[in-house]
Design a protein around this ligand. Structure first.
Ligand code: FAD
Length: 360
């Protein structure tokens, strides 16, 4: 209450991570994960919104304030032994945590924070546009990763958007594919009339979705704006001369919702091995001229998914969950399944209001 009346004062604490040979200075307004990544610590993470548990760590000592409910994602045993999500925990004292670094599988890049300006909105479908942001500093990333965008005004939290092109295609310019989420604050702001010419802030790269080195055939699956990181991975792999067989299922509702088809064609033409592209429509009217694949992407796994496949996918969480379950039917193991779920606030528990800080 007092904090609300007088504005929460920013304090500085220290963050000690077991096995990391330095004490990190952390503001009371940044999460443990943000502070660790800023210091170059390879802290395991994926979604950064409290939905994947990749950044779970054990609170050894100190107090944190948690931004979202974690009990639905951590096991009862983890909760009892003091596990927290580093991406959702703000320090309320000096803090010490224990992290399992063997789970960290993140490309090495410096974390960059840069001002940027939205310079173009190029419509791709009725609800997805390519957004081009000119940046003061270049962000080096690996294809498949994402950045966080902060916009001016009332939308206080940053949101994640995946890089929609291979690294190196543009200098000081980042291309994202943004879908207008019904009732969504940031996506509708970015796609709104006032956005072009507006200054924003970008931070990145983040994430553990990228092409693993292997000879296994790739099954790529994209839904909606999830095409951005999948396309970036394929474009980059084509640039590198990768020759693994690829089956690429692109799920959309109707033919109107398919986009970037020329770009996919161009990547396929340059691909050194077999490349089969299969657009799959779930809601295309029965009497339309469409003669291609229909249904959900998972209905087509029988043809393309085996125990020897590597599965790469991005898009809506229900699509990813269904695809993982389907892939398991073909004995594909989790070690060969890589994905980013495009989680938003509706997928996560309501933020906690005025909860006491957790202590270990
Ligand atoms: C790793 C990652 C990569 C991503 N990449 C992309 C990308 O490349 N392109 C893209 O378009 N998106 C991407 N996303 C999703 C993106 O980050 C945003 O979540 C999305 O744009 C929606 O943000 P928003 O501010 O518009 O919606 P929000 O304001 O976050 O709201 C989303 C929905 O939740 C509802 N809602 C709001 N608050 C609550 C609440 N407290 N409880 C329950 N429901 C609530 C809203 O009504 C709305 O329907 C990615 C997400 C992740 C995690």
């Amino acid at each position: 209450m007092l904090g609300k009346l007088f504005g929460n004062k920013e304090k500085t604490h220290s963050l000690k991570i077991d096995g990391v040979d330095k004490s990190i200075s952390i503001s009371s307004k940044e999460t443990l994960l943000q502070a660790a990544l800023k210091e170059g610590v390879k802290f395991p993470h994926s979604c950064r919104v409290g939905g994947c548990a990749m950044c779970k760590c054990r609170l050894v000592s100190g107090k944190v304030k948690e931004l979202t409910e974690k009990s639905y994602i951590l096991s009862a045993e983890e909760l009892q032994t003091g596990y927290i999500l580093a991406c959702q925990s703000l320090p309320r004292s000096d803090v010490q945590v224990e992290v399992d670094f063997s789970r960290a599988d993140i490309p090495e890049h410096d974390l960059v924070t840069t001002p940027g300006k939205i310079i173009a909105q190029n419509p791709l479908t009725h609800d997805i546009s390519e957004i081009v942001i000119e940046t003061d500093k270049d962000i080096e990333f690996t294809a498949g990763q994402f950045a966080e965008i902060t916009v001016p005004g009332d939308i206080t939290d940053a949101r994640s958007y995946s890089f929609g092109s291979a690294p190196g295609r543009y200098k000081n310019e980042i291309h994202f594919f943004v879908r207008a989420v019904p009732g969504g604050a940031m996506s509708n702001w970015i796609l709104g009339d006032q956005a072009v010419g507006t200054k924003v802030e970008l931070q990145g790269p983040f994430g553990d979705f990228y092409l693993r080195s292997s000879d296994k055939p790739m099954l790529c699956v994209a839904g909606g704006s999830g095409l951005a990181p999948v396309l970036a991975v394929l474009e980059d792999a084509a640039n590198q001369g990768v020759n693994r067989p690829v089956s690429f299922l692109f799920g959309a509702r109707t033919e109107q919702d398919l986009y970037c088809l020329d770009q996919i064609k161009e990547i396929k033409a340059r691909w050194k091995g077999e490349f089969e592209f299969v657009p799959v429509l779930s809601d295309e009217p029965e009497d339309s001229a469409w003669t291609g694949a229909r249904g959900f992407v998972t209905a087509h796994f029988e043809k393309y998914c085996t125990a020897e496949t590597q599965l790469y996918m991005c898009g809506p969480p229900p699509m990813i969950d269904a695809a993982i379950a389907e892939a398991h039917k073909y004995k594909l193991e989790d070690k060969d399944i890589f994905f980013d779920k495009f989680l938003d606030k509706s997928d996560l528990e309501k933020p906690k209001q005025n909860e006491p800080a957790q202590t270990a």
